[in-house]
Design a protein around this ligand. Structure first.
Ligand SMILES: [Zn+2]
Ligand SMILES: [Zn+2]
Length: 209
């Protein structure tokens, strides 16, 4: 089955998800927010092998752990949408917070060229859901009803659109077009805060009613 480990890390309290196929022990780190040592410690405690890093978008609080992981696993594929590359290259907004972040590892896997991506036996759709950032994506695994949504939709909230490259109308359109049609039982693993479901947010999210 698809194993999901959630770790909440870093200065902006960001959720990092390590997901694994327990058959082959391959794992992927989605949004290594911060503390590479802690993330890799969890990975090795489970006996898993990292096969890729998938970024939902290029805000620094979602990639602060990339450099530390890449140092231990050189050549690990790093996925990002090209529209978020300019933001990645300037440190994902960390400057505004006065926080140093290492963005020297260039992405090697491009979401604008990738409709689906594989982890072991499992196939994930790569959904293009801009609005919070220009190149934001989400990863959807239909068989387990799991959606790794980054900063698009939160429990009772939606992503900010006041940061550079944000667009409120585009964000709402992404949510309505790609998220809300999913089965109501779909678990949404959010970039910040608690997990939720599509059904709950469809009915009670104040930004969507
Ligand atoms: Zn963000
Ligand atoms: Zn965030």
């Amino acid at each position: 089955m698809l194993k999901i480990e959630k770790m909440t890390l870093g200065p902006v309290v960001t959720n990092c998800f390590v997901i694994a196929d327990d058959d082959c022990d391959d794992c992927v780190v989605i949004d290594p927010a911060w503390d590479a040592t802690e993330i890799l410690g969890r990975v090795s405690a489970r006996g898993w092998q990292p096969r890729a890093i998938w970024l939902t978008h290029a805000h620094f609080d979602h990639f602060g752990g990339v450099a530390g992981i890449m140092q231990q696993h050189p050549g690990l594929p790093l996925g990002l949408h090209r529209l978020d590359l300019p933001m990645y290259r300037v440190g994902g907004g960390a400057q505004a917070w006065g926080i140093p972040v290492d963005c020297s590892h260039e992405p090697t896997l491009w979401w604008e060229q990738t409709e689906s991506v594989r982890l072991g036996r499992f196939q994930f759709s790569v959904m293009f859901v801009p609005g919070h950032s220009p190149g934001h994506v989400a990863f959807y695994h239909a068989e387990s009803d799991s959606l790794f949504g980054g900063d698009v939709l939160f429990q009772q909230g939606i992503g900010r659109t006041d940061l550079p490259g944000g667009d409120h109308a585009e964000l709402l359109s992404s949510i309505r077009t790609h998220f809300l049609p999913l089965p109501e039982d779909t678990m949404v693993y959010c970039g910040h805060g608690d997990d939720t479901t599509i059904g709950v947010e469809k009915r009670a999210n104040p930004f969507l009613v």
